[in-house]
Design a protein around this ligand. Structure first.
Ligand SMILES: Cc1cc2nc3c(=O)[nH]c(=O)nc-3n(C[C@H](O)[C@H](O)[C@H](O)COP(=O)(O)O)c2cc1C
Length: 205
């Protein structure tokens, strides 16, 4: 099958993207509104960008009515957010926190997620999440405007929280102890338990 994105509806193209870019890590993004309401939502168009500057990116699309999702509106207003990773133990809460609720209602309460104060920013982190990246907004790029339009949010990592409980003997997070989930297409998820090692080849210079 050969596809020209310009000849597909946005909805069909979206399905092709989420069923082929696999597995996707999930950014569980915590923000706070200017009036102090906490907000929590998952985003799987998410990746690290680099270590200089320490940076990551995720992509909240616009709602069907063309408005920004609460996460993006809060980030544009406050320039702060926290990205938490999602362990298998938190799948149900993560899913619940994707509900579209009014900006006055906190998904922390809705999904019964315990919050822990962050070290450098106002939005709290998820207590049960073993890794949290506290960020300030580097750049927001609206790729288009209107319903479903894509936004790129680039964040500078100000502080990393890594729970002692997931550290391996080398001082870095151990994937087995992290036990994170990834998103596949539709409502399918995977766990990071199926792994193999592949040392990099040595090329003669
Ligand atoms: C696993 C998962 C991944 C998601 N990834 C994205 C994403 O990458 N971009 C997006 O716009 N919405 C994504 N969503 C939907 C948002 O979580 C949902 O629209 C949420 O209500 C946004 O909340 P907010 O308005 O509080 O920001 C995802 C939902 C789930 C369950």
């Amino acid at each position: 099958m050969e596809l020209n994105p310009d000849q597909l509806s946005a909805a069909v193209l979206y399905q092709h993207l989420i069923r082929t870019i696999l597995p996707r890590p999930i950014a569980w993004v915590s923000t706070i509104s200017p009036t102090g309401t906490t907000n929590l939502a998952p985003f799987s168009f998410f990746t690290g960008v680099g270590s200089r500057p320490p940076s990551l990116a995720f992509c909240p699309s616009n709602r069907r009515d063309g408005s920004f999702k609460d996460t993006l509106a809060n980030i544009l207003a406050t320039r702060q957010f926290v990205i938490c990773v999602v362990p298998f133990a938190s799948v149900e809460a993560m899913n619940l926190s994707s509900a579209e609720v009014s900006p006055e209602d906190s998904e922390f309460l809705l999904a019964n997620v315990d919050a822990e104060p962050s070290a450098t920013v106002r939005p709290p982190r998820v207590k049960l999440s073993p890794v949290a990246f506290e960020c300030e907004l580097l750049q927001h790029i609206a790729l288009e405007s209107g319903p479903g339009a894509a936004n790129l949010v680039l964040g500078r990592i100000l502080h990393l929280h890594i729970s002692e409980s997931v550290l391996g003997s080398d001082g870095f997070a151990d994937p087995q102890l992290l036990d994170l989930i990834g998103r596949m297409g539709g409502s399918t998820y995977c766990r990071t338990q199926d792994r193999f090692d592949l040392p990099r080849p040595e090329f003669p210079r």
